[in-house]
Design a protein around this ligand. Structure first.
Ligand SMILES: Nc1nc(=O)c2c([nH]1)NC[C@@H]1CN(c3ccc(C(=O)N[C@@H](CCC(=O)O)C(=O)O)cc3)C=[N+]21
Ligand SMILES: [Mg+2]
Length: 286
C-alpha cells in the first residue's frame, strides 16, 4: 500500500530551535536575554501540559521564561492589572496568556490589553489587522506560521495551488488562509455550516484541517496526491491523542501528511520562541 511522506513537525521544530539558539547567543552579546512570561489562570489539565512544553522549549534555546499562576477564581481586573505590569516591564519581551480562560474573564479584553509589541501569540487585533491588510511588522500567529514553515521546509510548492482550510477560528483557520493567500495559493474556506464538505476538500492540493473533531477527515475527503496538514487535538475513542484526520487511511492517498502528535503542535511552540526572539530584537533596535 502506498504511503504519503511524513512531515515531521517534531524534527523541523528541533531544527528551528537550533537556529534560534544561535540567534539568542548573538543577541546575548548585546546584553539582552529574550524573556517570555506565560500567565496561566486556573487548573486546566491540557494547559498544564502545553505550558510545560513551552517552558522546556524556552530553556533549550536560552529564552528566560517566567510562569505566573493565578487561581481559577481570579477576577478580570486582577488579570488586566497583571498584564499592565508586564507591559511596563522591560525585561519581558513576550507575554502569553494561556487560553482558555475561566468564564468570568473575557478573552477578548485580555488579548486587547497586551501591548501589540509583546503579543507573541499574534492574537491582538492590531497584529491580526496587520496580517489581514498585509502591513509589515506583525507577529504572525504561531500555529499558522508553523504550518507555513513545515510546507516550506518540506519543499512543498504553495503558489498556484488550491488550499482548502476547514475551520474558521481566529487562531488557526482565518490566519492560515490569509498566509496561504499571501503565498499565492487559491484558498477555499470551509466550516461547520459547509454543505457537502467532501466536495470541497476533494479539490484540495493542500488540505488544512483545523476543526477539533475526531475522525472528520477520512480517505474519501482527500484527493490522491494531496498534502494534508492536521491541526486537530482530540482524543480517539481509545483515549489516544489524535487529530481531525484519520491518519492511517488518509496516509494511503496523501503525498505528505502531518502526524498528531509530532506535527503541528511542536511547530506552534517553535514559532512562539521565534516571535519572542523577534520581540527581543525589536526592543534592542528601539
Ligand atoms: N495563548 C495561547 N497560545 C497558544 O499557543 C495556545 C493557547 N493559548 N491555548 C492552547 C493552545 C494549544 N497549544 C498547543 C501547543 C503545543 C502543542 C503540542 O506541542 N502538542 C504535542 C503533544 C502534547 C501532548 O502530549 O499533549 C504534539 O502535538 O506533538 C499542543 C497544543 C497552544 N495553544
Ligand atoms: Mg472566557
Amino acid at each position: 500500500m502506498a504511503q504519503g511522506k511524513l512531515i515531521d513537525g517534531k524534527q523541523i521544530a528541533a531544527e528551528l530551535r537550533q537556529e534560534l539558539k544561535s540567534e539568542v547567543a548573538t543577541i546575548a552579546i548585546r546584553g539582552v536575554t529574550p524573556g517570555l512570561t506565560v500567565v496561566l489562570v486556573g487548573n486546566n489539565m491540557a494547559s498544564e501540559t502545553y505550558v510545560r512544553g513551552k517552558i522546556r522549549a524556552c530553556e533549550e534555546v536560552g529564552i528566560r521564561s517566567d510562569l505566573i499562576r493565578l487561581p481559577e477564581e481570579t477576577e478580570e481586573d486582577t488579570l488586566l492589572a497583571e498584564i499592565d505590569r508586564l507591559n511596563q516591564d522591560e525585561t519581558v519581551h513576550g507575554i502569553l496568556v494561556q487560553l482558555p480562560l475561566p468564564r468570568q474573564i473575557s478573552e477578548e479584553k485580555v488579548i486587547a490589553r497586551i501591548r501589540p509589541k509583546k503579543d507573541v501569540d499574534g492574537f491582538h487585533p492590531i497584529n491580526m489587522g496587520k496580517l489581514a491588510t498585509g502591513l509589515k511588522g506583525a507577529f504572525l500567529p504561531c500555529t499558522p506560521h508553523g504550518i507555513l514553515q513545515m510546507l516550506k521546509r518540506s519543499h512543498i510548492e504553495i503558489a498556484g495551488k488550491h488550499a482548502v482550510v476547514v475551520g474558521r477560528s481566529n487562531i488557526v483557520g482565518k490566519p492560515v488562509s490569509l498566509l496561504l493567500q499571501k503565498e499565492n495559493a487559491t484558498v477555499t474556506m470551509c466550516h461547520s455550516r459547509t454543505k457537502d464538505l467532501a466536495y470541497f476538500t476533494r479539490q484540495a492540493d493542500i488540505l488544512v484541517a483545523a476543526v477539533g473533531k475526531y475522525g472528520l477527515i477520512t480517505r474519501d475527503h482527500v484527493r490522491p496526491g494531496a498534502v494534508v496538514i492536521d491541526v486537530g487535538m482530540n482524543r480517539s475513542p481509545e483515549g489516544k491523542l489524535a487529530g481531525d484526520v484519520m491518519f492511517e487511511e488518509v496516509r494511503e492517498v496523501a503525498s505528505h501528511i502531518t502526524p498528531v502528535p509530532g506535527g503541528v503542535g511542536p511547530m506552534t511552540i517553535a514559532m512562539l520562541l521565534y516571535n519572542t526572539v523577534e520581540a527581543a530584537k525589536a526592543a534592542l533596535d528601539s
